[in-house]
Design a protein around this ligand. Sequence first.
Ligand code: UDP
Length: 333
Amino acid sequence: MSQSTKRFSVPLHSRLAGSKALGLLKHEPCPSASTPCDAPRSWRRGCQATQAEAQPSQEAVLPGPWFSPRVDRSEDTAMPSAPFASLDMPKPKWKRVLLKISGEALAGEKTSNIDPAILLRIAQEVAAIARLGVEVAVTVGGGNFFRGATWAGASGLDRASADQIGMMATVMNAIFLQASLESLGCPTRVQTAFKMAEVAEPYIRRRAMRHLEKGRVVIFGAGTGNPFFTTDTAAALRAAEINAEVVLKATNVDGVYDCDPRHNTAAQLHQHVSYAQVARDRLSVMDATAITLCAENDIPVVVFNLNIPGNISRALKGERIGTLIDQQGAQST
Ligand code: UDP
């Protein structure tokens, strides 16, 4: 018998036992193949549970060890667990979502560009939903710091350069959101559309999807990486790329109105409109490129108010809030 044949003739269980003794086995296999493993998805490689069993059930994901706090949970940082911790709650509607957070909404009422309390509240809601097994990708805007179109022309600043500054502003928000989520024990990755190797991963589609499958919240920074675009378009683009089921646009207003509610007190909130109606009536929701991308890829958009506590959770769970935009519009309601 050759040397190599001899090596592989050792029974598998002995080899595993040997590896374990040497500390080579990172994870214990599940005690029973018929018992779904309750470790988080990223820890399930050694698990013998079937693919179906490995789907995130509330029971399986809720006590996930990744969620044990790494920081002291004071009143401020306590997870809003009460509404979500119940095992009786309905199954979330979406499996994978793209949450778009406008930069402007992060500023709140403060004169500084960013309100950490708002960021923490967003992080709490996102983390609680991720804990239920919803795969959450986030695209953050940068309007609280810098908008290319506003600054273009100032002191010789051309539009493309101004937009690059704007895109970097989105990365600042992404890093802050990442820190807030991780302070709650929620694993995250930031991926940027252009390389910032010391700060974040570059955007790699398949890698982003793998992170999501492993239960990490993926935050997309730097928009599309191209000037003359917006982070709404980046959100639509990434949603299509990663096969997200919906774009949830968190903003400063309750949804889509027939006219500007800041200037017209009689403005009516639409509950359900079609992509075509948004384009035809020039409803101010997202730029045309973003809406077209969503329409072409049949990705519904939910526009809702970020400032109402609990709204992000409601949207992420698929509750009917704000305005829904899809192919059918109000005909189907
Ligand atoms: N931006 C860009 N390309 C993109 C996304 C964003 O050039 O793909 C720049 C642009 O200057 C924009 C700024 O980044 O004004 C901030 O993004 P956005 O205005 O979409 O942020 P939000 O309105 O969501 O806060």
